[in-house]
Design a protein around this ligand. Sequence first.
Ligand SMILES: Cc1cc2nc3c(=O)[nH]c(=O)nc-3n(C[C@H](O)[C@H](O)[C@H](O)COP(=O)(O)O)c2cc1C
Length: 200
Amino acid sequence: MNILQINGSARQQGANSTLLADRISERLLQENPGARLQVLDLASNPVPVFDDAAITALFTPADQRNAQQQARADQSMALVKQLQQADVLVLGVPMYNFGISSQLKDWIDNVSLNQVTFRYTANGPEGLLQNKRALVGFARGGLYRGTEADTQTPYFKAWLKFVGIEDVQFVYAEGLNMGDEANKAGFASAEQDLARALAR
Ligand SMILES: Cc1cc2nc3c(=O)[nH]c(=O)nc-3n(C[C@H](O)[C@H](O)[C@H](O)COP(=O)(O)O)c2cc1C
């Protein structure tokens, strides 16, 4: 079993979402001896931004790309390949201003490629990543689970389904900036989510 852990925080040190993702992977490794773990830390190894040059390169047919465009497309394809090789995706997701970090959004944009990780059919979109599971760890300063302000849960449900990953579980560490007690309670609650996720 190959586990791919994506650390989505902008912070290289002390990121709660990375602590949470580390813990999810640690428990997965305990439950699956022999599993291999690969970690991509987007704070220390940011993926290329998804800008005009990226879109132009990726939307130009491969046989018409210039060398620069091909090089840019290859960068996205390398990230896709890494994802395709994973059986389990572990995401460490910080909440920043009710959304996700720009680093994580760039990674998502780089790996969401038409005809590669999804395609449109007469019946609508079809995800092309098959037989994968995702465990998504949310780290938040405040408390948003189950409220309208939790934009992240529906976002990840929709995106993961779009690329074909339907076996998805969420782990919430919330209230982390609300004092020591709340911080402890947030991680304890995440531990319970994780135990439930792994017990199924
Ligand atoms: C720029 C920034 C914006 C943030 N916005 C929110 C927010 O909208 N809601 C919230 O609950 N916490 C917010 N936080 C707190 C983070 O969710 C908290 O630090 C959590 O630990 C996840 O970030 P980390 O993985 O980088 O530690 C924000 C933190 C930063 C640095």
